[in-house]
Design a protein around this ligand. Structure first.
Ligand code: ADP
Length: 369
């Protein structure tokens, strides 16, 4: 015997109506030295099905022409009753169409009876058992993945629909309470709550944007002016800039038309959000959109905490965060930036601000073709 399979007894159900063939195969297996085989013989399908119901077999050797069933039927019935047991078909012809079809439908192998010798038979059984095991494991993984996927879809749905609305209501209500006559302590609490509600909203939006970007392959594009896109983003960030007493220096003058997907806005909002988040109070931020022939180069320069060389590359990976005291985030922002820019065939990178802080650069081609 060439290959070792261990001492474990291999239980074979042999369904074969030709007594001579059955005897030959049984003897061949029993004579194998290194592997103990136990062969149970059935001479028709009905008896085979009964034996299969009584015992856990490791493999079934199945003749395709039996007195009580022919064609694909013997295989289909055995496979339906015990889908986890590997089946090797025994046939009398070399190019057996039925056997080939059965292999397509889940049989592990087929052997031509008069060609079967000890080594070939044992090898076929051994591989059939191993392949079947591997297939079972893969099937289980696939089922687990499907379950996990269903769960993920459920959470994504809950997050982007069911959670976003109430979080929005809370944030709006807290914003309206700004006009109430609150004492200092109450106002402080109101501010903390408003900030937290807005953070929840930002995280939910980021998570659902990231999910969309991950599955996106082709982008729907339209002609947009990057100046206008940034203007809208800036407007929504004005309260945060004011609160941190920060000034934004915005350099571009003309229009900057590009053919992009509107989600490019997420790139701007994440980079601006970070520049504010990771800068101390009173610092400035500088943004420019530079026309460079076939693309625009845009940068966000801050005078904040800066980023080490080691962190520069890894920060674009999902969930990567450098421990920044007191600054909360999901670690999704830069992953969104990277993916969105890449979908536009652009580039993103970080450089140091020589005066302390960081500069985030992106390049967006004018035409996505
Ligand atoms: P989040 O801000 O939610 O943590 P991001 O993906 O936007 O997630 O950022 C990842 C990390 O990169 C942040 O946790 C922070 O450590 C670092 N970072 C991002 N932008 C800046 C910046 N402008 N200055 C300093 N550090 C930054």
């Amino acid at each position: 015997m060439e290959e070792k399979m261990g001492d474990k007894l291999i239980k074979v159900l042999l369904i074969e109506d030709n007594i001579g063939d059955a005897q030959l195969i049984s003897e061949t297996l029993v004579e194998v030295k290194d592997i103990p085989f136990e062969v149970v013989h059935a001479d028709r399908l009905s008896t085979g099905l009964e034996r299969l119901a009584e015992t856990d077999f490791d493999v079934v050797l199945l003749d395709l022409t039996l007195p009580d069933a022919k064609g694909l039927e013997p295989f289909s019935r055995i496979h339906a009753q015990a889908p986890q047991v590997p089946i090797i078909l025994l046939t009398g012809v070399v190019d057996d169409k039925t056997a080939t079809q059965a292999v397509r439908e889940g049989a592990q192998d087929y052997l031509v009876k008069w060609q079967v010798g000890g080594i070939l038979l044992v090898r076929s059984i051994r591989y059939a058992i191993e392949r079947q095991r591997a297939e079972e494991v893969l099937k289980k993984y696939a089922e687990q993945l499907e379950d996990a996927n269903r769960l993920k879809d459920l959470f994504t749905d809950i997050m982007s629909h069911d959670l976003l609305n109430p979080a929005g209501t809370i944030a709006n209500a807290l914003e309206l309470m700004e006009d109430w006559e609150l004492d200092e302590e109450q106002e402080k609490l109101r501010e903390i709550l408003e900030e937290s509600a807005k953070r929840i909203i930002e995280m939910i939006k980021n998570a659902s944007t990231y999910e969309k970007l991950e599955s996106a392959e082709k982008l729907e594009v339209e002609r947009l002016d990057l100046n206008e896109v940034f203007g809208t983003v800036l407007e929504s960030f004005m309260p945060r800039l004011e609160k941190k007493k920060m000034k934004l220096k915005y350099l571009p003058k003309g229009k900057s038309y590009v053919v992009v997907n509107p989600m490019i806005e997420n790139v701007f909002s994440n980079l601006l959000s970070n520049a504010i988040k990771y800068s101390p109070e009173g610092k400035k931020i500088e943004v420019d959109i530079i026309d460079e022939d076939d693309h625009f180069k845009i940068y966000f320069k801050d005078w904040g905490s800066g980023i080490s060389d080691e962190d520069k590359a890894r920060l674009f990976t999902r969930f990567q965060r450098v421990d920044k005291k007191g600054v909360k985030g999901s670690g999704l922002g830069l992953a969104i930036v990277k993916r969105a820019v890449e979908l536009h065939k652009g580039k993103v990178w970080i450089e140091d601000n020589s005066e302390g802080g960081s500069i985030f650069y992106i390049e967006i081609p004018k035409n996505l073709s």
